[in-house]
Structure formats: C-alpha cells, structure tokens
Ligand binder design. Structure first.
Ligand code: GDP
Length: 209
C-alpha cells in the first residue's frame, strides 16, 4: 500500500482544548473554502470519501486528523473566506488557525491550496504571515489547473513564485500546478508532501583537521 493510502480518520477537533496531544508529526492542509482541498486530500490518499467534500462551502468548521501510522498525521484545517459565515464564527476560526499555525510543535509542514485562477488572496497571505516566520517548509498546490490552458498556467505558477519570494525568504517552498480532474501534479505533490514528514538531515558540521 502506498504511503498516503494508509490514511485513516483519526479524530476531529472543534477548539483548542479538543486537539489531540501535541506530539508526533503533522502536515496541515489549508485553503479558502471551495479551493478543492477535500477533493485533493481524497485524490492524494486515493480514497474517494476520506475528506468530506462539502456541498455548502464553509459548513465544515472543524479540524480533521487523518492518521498515517507511526504518529504521522494529515490535518485538514477549516476552509476560510466563505462570506456567509457569521462574524463571531469567523473570528473564532481565525484565532484557532493562527494559534495552530504559530504554536503547534507537531506541525512540520503546511500544504496551502489556492485556486490557480485566484491565488494569494488577502486571507491566504494572512495565513502565510502567521506560518512563515516559524521557518517551516511550505508546499503550495495551485488547484483546478485544468481550468487554464498551458500558457496561463505557467504564468500563474511563475507569478505566485515571484510574489512569495519576499515573504518566504529561506523557507523551503515548492509550488505545484494541481488538478483533481486531469491529475496534473499528483505525483509531484505526493512526493513533496511525503518529504515534509522526513526533511533531509542537516549537513554535518565540518570537522576540524
Ligand atoms: P474545499 O471546500 O476546498 O474542500 O473544496 P472541494 O474539494 O469541496 O471542491 C470545491 C468544488 O471544486 C467542487 O465542486 C469540486 O468538484 C470542484 N473541484 C475540486 N477540484 C477541482 C479540480 O481540480 N478541477 C475542477 N475543474 N474542479 C475541481
């Protein structure tokens, strides 16, 4: 069985106190509602119903944990940016998201999903401003790449890389065009995300003669 196919539902958390203990290795998935996050998790894990693809964007306001064995977890963060959510609920989730991204020790990497036609909205940028100062690696999936022809697709990739340069500094970052329909980027995304669980060991310090 492939690495991602092992994924099984583990638990769901609605607030900080119901999160599982802060131990193990977590890779979180974030994105605006409707970015294609649930579809992507299902495709990456080759399980058609692991993450719930919502008919009503913004309804699924909780964090879902999927276990990959050996204390490794995929963490499905609540989608953000859905206009119909009441302000108080939005504030609660913004606080929860920022606390999680800033303080969670188990968090080893972030997968940010953005519609390739509307990347880097204010909320995406806000999320990166919480996350990137920790220096942890980032994988960006530009979703629904089937919606653009090859030229505009490459332009979008280039534009996102350029726009992120000043924000990301030395943070390891990969930007991948991804489609649940055409499966563009699937294998690249799987290996990029898998490697977030086992970052390369730092080079050994040069030994003195
Ligand atoms: P989530 O709210 O981010 O979890 O998004 P969903 O996975 O529920 O997808 C939102 C909508 O986008 C659904 O109607 C999906 O069928 C559609 N969608 C998701 N991925 C793709 C894709 O790669 N290409 C196209 N054309 N549509 C997609």
């Amino acid at each position: 069985m492939s690495f991602f196919q092992q994924a099984r539902f583990f638990t769901t958390a609605g607030d900080w106190t119901s999160l599982p203990p802060d131990q193990g290795l977590e890779i979180a998935f974030a994105g605006r509602s409707n970015a294609g996050k649930s579809s992507a998790i299902n495709l990456l894990t080759n399980q058609s119903r692991l993450a719930y693809t919502s008919k009503t964007p913004g309804r699924t306001q909780h964090i879902n944990f999927f276990e990959l064995g050996e204390q490794r977890f995929l963490v499905d963060l609540p989608g953000y940016g859905y206009a119909q959510v009441p302000l108080a609920v939005k504030r609660h989730w913004q606080q929860f998201l920022s606390d999680y991204l800033v303080s969670r020790q188990s968090l080893k990497g972030l997968v940010l999903l953005m519609d390739i036609r509307h990347p880097l909205t204010d909320l995406d940028t806000q999320l990166l401003q919480w996350y990137l100062p920790r220096g942890k690696p980032l994988v960006i999936l530009l979703t629904k790449s089937d919606k653009l022809a090859r030229g505009p697709r490459l332009n979008a990739l280039r534009a996102v890389k350029q726009a992120l340069q000043p924000l990301s500094g030395d943070v390891p970052m990969e930007v991948i065009a991804f489609s649940n329909l055409s499966r563009e980027g699937l294998e690249t995304a799987q290996s990029a995300i898998q490697s977030l669980f086992s970052p390369p060991a730092p080079a050994p310090a040069e030994s003195l003669p």
